[in-house]
Design a protein around this ligand. Structure first.
Ligand SMILES: [Zn+2]
Length: 241
């Protein structure tokens, strides 16, 4: 049984028992982490949609890649306009005239204050609209760059707040929360998505897909994780042979 048939089967089963279909919304950028989360959600939920935020990214191709990946996986992709974020807090992710930099002991200047608070809240409003309870995000505390709204305690707190704000039983899922980059590659592999994630996703600050520019901090982090996972996989294959 393939993934789609399995989902259809679960939906039919739920309908027979009079239970509502379980729908999920994935907060989706087209990057490695959120694409892995999308595969994770497709395995678990009857229906999955994605939301992508347009906040004036300096690489507009990011939005195109997100759209293309969603189309390839046959899931709806809704782009929400968050350009107001750049109005409030211009930063290196959105402004070509600001270089990406990080001072010792400080947050990198790609950080946008309160971004996940806003993104997850908007995703929740949309999710309720379409009857989805589950919200899936790729936030992670392990390779923690110091972003306070990537922390597990923040997500749990927001989950309670959203439920109270909308009188609804949201469940916020963070499948990558305690994984390092190598473990995220392993999860993609376990989901049968390793090659897809490796070639189709964009993590690079310069907007290049797959292995990217190889020079920016994001590419270096991605490559280090990939190499560490590939070494682990080769070792396992060697031990099995
Ligand atoms: Zn790069």
């Amino acid at each position: 049984m393939n993934r789609k048939e399995a989902a259809a089967d679960r939906a039919a089963g739920a309908a027979v028992q009079g239970k509502p279909q379980e729908k999920a919304v994935v907060v989706f950028s087209g990057g490695q982490d959120s694409t892995t989360c999308l595969f994770w959600a497709l395995e678990r939920f009857d229906a999955v949609e994605t939301v992508t935020f347009d906040y004036g990214q300096r690489h507009r191709s990011e939005l195109e890649h997100a759209k293309r990946i969603a189309a390839k996986l046959q899931v709806p992709n809704r782009v929400l306009d968050m350009s107001l974020l750049n109005q409030l807090a211009p930063n290196a992710l959105t402004r070509a005239d600001i270089d990406i930099a990080q001072e010792e002991g400080e947050l990198p200047n790609t950080f946008v204050e309160g971004r996940n608070l806003l993104f997850f809240s908007f995703a929740a409003i949309y999710a309720k609209q379409i009857g989805a309870r589950h919200i899936v995000t790729g936030v992670c505390e392990t390779d923690f760059s110091g972003y306070p709204d990537c922390r597990d305690v923040f997500v749990k707190s927001l989950n309670v707040t959203l439920n109270l704000a909308m009188d609804y039983g949201f469940v916020l899922h963070t499948p990558l929360m305690w994984l390092n980059k190598a473990e995220t590659w392993r999860l993609a592999d376990e989901l049968g998505a390793f090659e897809f994630v490796r070639t189709e996703t964009v993590t690079c600050y310069n907007g290049l897909p797959g292995d990217g520019c190889g020079e920016c901090p994001s590419c270096k982090l991605r490559r280090a994780g990939l190499e560490s996972y590939l070494a682990e996989r080769a070792q396992k294959a060697g031990a099995g042979a």
